[in-house]
Design a protein around this ligand. Sequence first.
Ligand code: ASP
Length: 321
Amino acid sequence: MRIALYALGGTISVSGRAKGERLTGAEIIAAVPGLDGLGAVLDVRDAQAVPSGSLTFAHVLDVVRAASRAVDEGAAGVVVTQGTDTLEETAFLVDLVWRHDAPFVLTGAMRRPGTAGADGPANVLAAARVAASDAARGLGALVVLNDEVHAARWVRKSHSTSTATFVSPNAGPVGHVVEGRVRVLAVPPRRPPLPAGYDASVRVALHCVTLDDDGVGLERLAETHQGLVVAGFGVGHVPGALAPVLGGLADRIPVVLTSRTGGGSVLRHTYSAPGSETDLQQRGLINGGLLDPYKARVLLRLLLSAGAGRDEVVAAFASHG
Ligand code: ASP
């Protein structure tokens, strides 16, 4: 059995040698005890060597293309090592376009190699076990850290330093790695894959609404951006004064309404005051459902890159949200 592993940088690759120097994928796996017993050969490629904040859609989709070829040529699964900062976004991007049953597993580390309790080796071993596991087939993109398996659809980075930072507030982990065995407890719903094309000129902004926010400056956003995600209060609310600004934008570009809370769904028909979810939908905002703002932005940018019109965007959020 063969597993394709792509190294993209991140804390898991910080070498501690010269400033900025990173470990290669081969060096990362050389520090992982127990890989011999996996029953699979890791085919390691160095794709990027950057902090994950410098990854782009193009980098991620390049890896998806390479991984897709590897699976077509017989790899049973895929592992990506990268920084944890943007992992919830890259994993969801992969999940939206991944067309194989083979597991696509993303992992990283919160502690640098060589520090006390460095978590990279355990995470790589658990990720490789999941990538090689029959139980994980058909689940799409998965995030494996801390011996937990999270669906890309739900996972969030919830803490700046904890090794237990990855959580899925709406669903919980879909599985665990226990004594080296992959236990899948829940099967996330899969949607048909979206086109993996990407147009770097498509810009989608994310605006987090705050107390007394009047949105000055936002009304010009449609001159530079093709879409907007709004992270509203609670169930999808904004100050009354902001509602007409967002409505004006929604006449020109798709504007998706999400919640800034980090868990739960935006509502559809419970409140009706100016700036409420009902008011904003009447002004043309698209309901993001259970998608958090970061994931909604990934989906909207992918859709607009593929040339989706408003009706397709509405339909996609009705299905994915
Ligand atoms: N800043 C690092 C990154 O995302 C953090 C990490 O890898 O955990 O690249």
